[in-house]
Design a protein around this ligand. Structure first.
Ligand SMILES: NC(=O)c1ccc[n+]([C@@H]2O[C@H](COP(=O)([O-])OP(=O)(O)OC[C@H]3O[C@@H](n4cnc5c(N)ncnc54)[C@H](O)[C@@H]3O)[C@@H](O)[C@H]2O)c1
Length: 374
């Protein structure tokens, strides 16, 4: 197993991302200073049947008394209704179980949906319970379990209700990634390619050279892939915990991607697929602003990420309008992450409307061309 990655935050709030079988969670909890007692476990109905039994047995052997709650899988569970149901469940325990106190940890076993929901639940119940992430998707292991962003969706938009609440520990078991549906795996890969593009040229070289092993989820390749992505996220978060600067570069491809999700309707494509198309547009835009970028090389790797061809048929006008909807939220400026070269990103509000339109036209055309070639 790879060595742990430390998320180095000030004021004693740093924590480890450990790579270990889920059954080792009790030992890792002890090392993180969490003493056995009652704990609340949240998972979903795809993950629970696979991994909950083994985890609960290990916790019980380690002296813990877990109480588990299984939510329906999918983004629809990341809302205020599910959150309310979690509070009700936690605060009215069955006989023989104590009401949680501020020492009771919340363990989030699952993908980003479980992590964001259970994370916000932990951030708010009794003004904050210790949070432990046990991520089981590539998105969650490489991205969402690290950095402390928690929250739920509102009908007006995604992630509009939330809080920063850093976990005390993250345990990523790479073996769990073997049971992920293929589409979830490739969606997660989009975020990992993004991490290399914005921060680590060597990691980009490695991905290019190892793509077949990565696509086939060979365990050694998976372990390296996840550890490198975690190290990048940890470094960015340690430098800019509250996203006042560099953390914003993690949104590479997302300004375009969000527009695709909004226009296509959430569900037409996964977030990762939208980001994959968004990165093709963002790379094109980057090349207009930073001619030194080897766009063709970067684009060739992004183009290996499968996306549903139908997204290329979304009307350009609607996509541009959707971007401006996001702009309103961002105080009137449309901000983009652009690359100066592979491995070096910056934020800019200098892109002209014409450049943005050209970037869209390129990305949609490229998706159509890939679909024809397939
Ligand atoms: N907090 C952050 O910083 C951050 C960052 C990125 C994304 N997110 C959020 O994460 C969410 C997306 O996360 P996701 O992509 O993990 O989606 P998800 O949690 O919906 O999981 C994807 C699917 O895979 C299933 N699954 C999970 N683990 C499995 C496993 N090991 N084997 C088989 N099936 C498994 C789930 O049940 C679900 O059906 C979004 O809500 C997004 O907003 C948050």
């Amino acid at each position: 197993m790879p060595s742990p990655v430390r998320v180095a935050l000030p004021d004693g709030r740093g924590y480890d991302v450990a790579f270990a079988p889920l059954a080792e969670t009790p030992r890792l909890l002890a090392e993180a200073g969490l003493r056995p007692g009652p704990c609340l476990l949240v998972t979903d109905a795809h993950v629970g049947p696979r991994y909950l039994g083994g985890l609960v047995s290990a916790l019980e052997e380690g002296g813990w008394t877990p109480r588990a709650r299984m939510i329906p899988p999918g983004e629809a569970s990341k809302g205020t209704a599910s959150l309310g149901a979690l509070y009700d469940w936690a605060l009215a325990p069955p006989e023989g179980h104590p009401v949680p106190d501020r020492q009771t940890p919340v363990l989030a076993l699952g993908g980003g949906v479980v992590g964001d929901l259970a994370g916000f639940f932990a951030a708010t119940l009794l003004r904050g319970l210790p949070l432990v992430h046990l991520p089981t998707t590539l998105v969650a292991q490489a991205d969402s379990a690290i950095g402390g962003k928690t929250g739920v969706n509102h009908p007006e938009g995604k992630n509009l209700i939330g809080a920063f609440h850093q976990p005390r520990l993250v345990v990523a078991d790479p073996a769990t990634l073997q049971t992920l549906p293929e589409r979830e795996w490739t969606s997660g890969l989009a975020e990992v390619v993004k991490a290399a593009l914005i921060a680590d040229a060597d990691f980009f070289d490695w991905q290019e050279a190892t793509w077949e092993a990565v696509s086939a989820r060979e365990p050694e390749a998976v372990a390296h892939l996840v550890r490198r992505a975690v190290a990048i996220k940890a470094e960015v978060v340690a430098e800019d915990e509250r996203e006042s600067g560099r953390r914003g570069t993690l949104n590479f491809g997302h300004t375009f991607g969000h527009a695709l999700e909004r226009v296509g309707g959430y569900g037409a494509c996964t977030h990762g697929e939208a980001v994959a198309v968004g990165m093709r547009a963002a790379l094109y835009l980057s090349s207009l602003l930073s001619p030194a970028l080897d766009r063709a090389r970067a684009d060739a790797l992004v183009a290996r990420l499968p996306v549903p061809p139908a997204v290329a048929d979304l009307p350009l006008n609607a996509l541009l309008a959707a971007m401006h909807h996001d702009k309103k939220r961002a105080e009137g400026r449309l901000r983009f992450v652009v690359l100066d070269r592979i491995g070096a990103a910056r934020l800019t509000s200098e892109a002209s409307a014409r450049q943005v339109e050209t970037a869209w036209a390129f990305a949609l055309g490229a998706v159509r061309a890939s679909a024809r070639a397939a």
